[in-house]
Design a protein around this ligand. Structure first.
Ligand code: DGL
Length: 270
């Protein structure tokens, strides 16, 4: 199985795209719903929770785990890769979702000015700035934290007028930082659900980049280049859904993210 982890439901937007390009692969999705949102939690908590999730997914047979959460990718990935992996499972791998986006961003912007929207944790970590600078040192990047958006999406308030008010406010703030911005990255796995609202409030010349399809393509390439990992992932076209909250909670909350019925299983992480 290929493990996909998120603090809650947001990683389902990544899983959806992964399943499109890897339809025969077995996936297991783990949402730490009981402790979501991660966005404004401390580095220590996000690292500890993410490591628990990775350990769990390894223990049930995932040789590869994708941290399908920007906040966890920003605050836990590097330490897990550099400090823990060698000790807990040297032949397994953990990947995040910030670097793949950083590799591609320069292909979208013509003005060389782009903006990143994300949770407070992702923005404060400066991970996007650091990663993008490695691949595209001549880009000008602005960032804006959007703390209200995850709670609005998690509560299925996509149609609520408040959601548009906040999307408008955050986008105006970031565009005011640099009028040359022509590309905005939705740097949180929840934000693709707000794509329509972003399209409505943004000037027509601004491109919106969501992560799902980019991550899917990069995962495909990764597996093609790492046959030793690929060979260990089972391929029966099955998807399991795990949550740290109740199955009922997950099933209800996942409806806006996933359009077929799912039967989640409840687990506890420690
Ligand atoms: N979906 C997560 C991300 O991509 C954030 C959700 C949360 O705050 O837990 O950053």
């Amino acid at each position: 199985m290929l493990g996909v982890f998120d603090s809650g439901f947001g990683g389902l937007t990544i899983l959806k795209e992964l399943v499109k390009v890897l339809p025969n692969y077995d996936f297991v999705y783990l949402g730490d719903n009981a402790r979501a949102p991660y966005g404004n939690r401390s580095f220590d908590s996000i690292y500890r929770y993410s490591l628990q999730a990775v350990n769990y997914l390894f223990s049930i047979g995932c040789p590869l785990v994708i941290l399908a959460c920007n906040t966890a990718s920003a605050k836990a990935l590097r330490t897990i890769q550099q400090k823990d992996l060698q000790r807990i499972a040297p032949n397994n791998r953990v990947l995040g979702i910030i670097r793949p986006l950083a590799e591609e961003i320069g292909k979208f912007t013509e003005t060389k000015c782009a903006g990143i929207l994300g949770t407070e944790g992702t923005i404060a970590s400066k991970s996007y700035l650091l990663e993008i600078a490695k691949f595209w040192p001549d880009l000008h990047i602005e960032q804006e934290a959007c703390p209200m958006l995850v709670p609005l999406v998690e509560n299925a308030l996509l149609e609520h007028p408040a959601t548009e008010v906040f999307v408008r406010e955050y986008t105006q703030k970031i565009l005011a930082k640099n009028s040359q911005i022509d590309t905005l990255v939705l740097g949180c796995t929840h934000y693709p659900l707000l794509q329509e609202i972003f399209l409505k409030v943004l000037p027509k010349n601004i491109k919106i980049v969501s992560q799902g399809s980019i991550i899917a393509q990069k995962t495909l390439e990764y597996l093609a280049n790492h046959s030793e990992i690929d060979a260990r992932i089972s391929k029966n076209g099955k998807i399991r859904f795990l949550t740290t909250d109740s199955p009922e909670f997950f099933e209800k909350g996942a409806k806006v993210f996933w359009n077929t019925q799912i039967k989640p299983e409840s687990i506890s992480l420690q």
